[in-house]
Ligand binder design. Sequence first.
Ligand SMILES: Cc1cc2nc3c(=O)[nH]c(=O)nc-3n(C[C@H](O)[C@H](O)[C@H](O)COP(=O)(O)O)c2cc1C
Length: 259
Amino acid sequence: MTIIHNDTIDTLLNRRTIRAWSECEVSHDVIDTLEAAAQRAATSQYFNAWSAIRVTDEKIALKLAEIGNQPYIAQAPLLYVFIIDDHRNLRIAREAGVPEDEITLDSDYTFTQGQNDAVLALHAMETAAESLGLGCVILGSILNNSQAVIDTLHLPELTFPVLGLALGYPAVEPQLKPRMARELQIFDNTYPADNEHPSMTDALADFDAEVVTYYDTRDMSHPVRPFTEQVSSMANDRNRLQRAFGKPARRQGFTGRSF
Ligand SMILES: Cc1cc2nc3c(=O)[nH]c(=O)nc-3n(C[C@H](O)[C@H](O)[C@H](O)COP(=O)(O)O)c2cc1C
């Protein structure tokens, strides 16, 4: 396997999550650059159905840290919450006189579109930040209580929190967390049937062995658990899903034959 190197590829290949930052302030120019990169991300149907809330109020940051149960959320020099935003488009439609009962901006599809937009924008910001020497952590933990985030940030109708992004100049240099072998994750043409992929078990065992050698910066005293053990223990997490979305955890027919 030959990897071609340039600055962009090297930024992507060296990305790792950073959860501790130095005191070094992030300049206005850097902030402007990160926000411009996020806004340049692709957006489904040109709906621009995302927004981001930059949190500078310490009380709000502390509240988000409490919701996420992760103190480092409030310690980051820069903190954003990316949201699905169909509120702006709803306003545009209403002001253009589109009849209320004809507006479809509240559909599952537009929700997914906005979520995709928000994630792409966040990822553009993350990559731009890494390229400038900053380190980031993506924050799914804010969805521990999505209603509390909605209340804290005063999110209006047709918006929903997607992810937080905490950034700053790294105070740590964690090792790269392993990724699985290509054969486990990238398939040719069709998804292989389970019995067509007998080597998956062996490849996963190899991956498990590699993963336990990784030390997470959150707890340097223990290596992380094997990948398959982590997945099995999280495969039944109804309470968390119920808290995040207020809905039953399972969606039938979501993708493929069953999900
Ligand atoms: C959608 C998403 C949500 C995440 N949420 C959190 C989080 O709430 N807190 C945290 O510390 N890390 C969070 N992470 C970071 C992952 O734990 C991390 O990416 C993963 O363990 C791989 O490590 P690496 O990014 O260093 O390669 C999240 C990552 C993603 C993609």
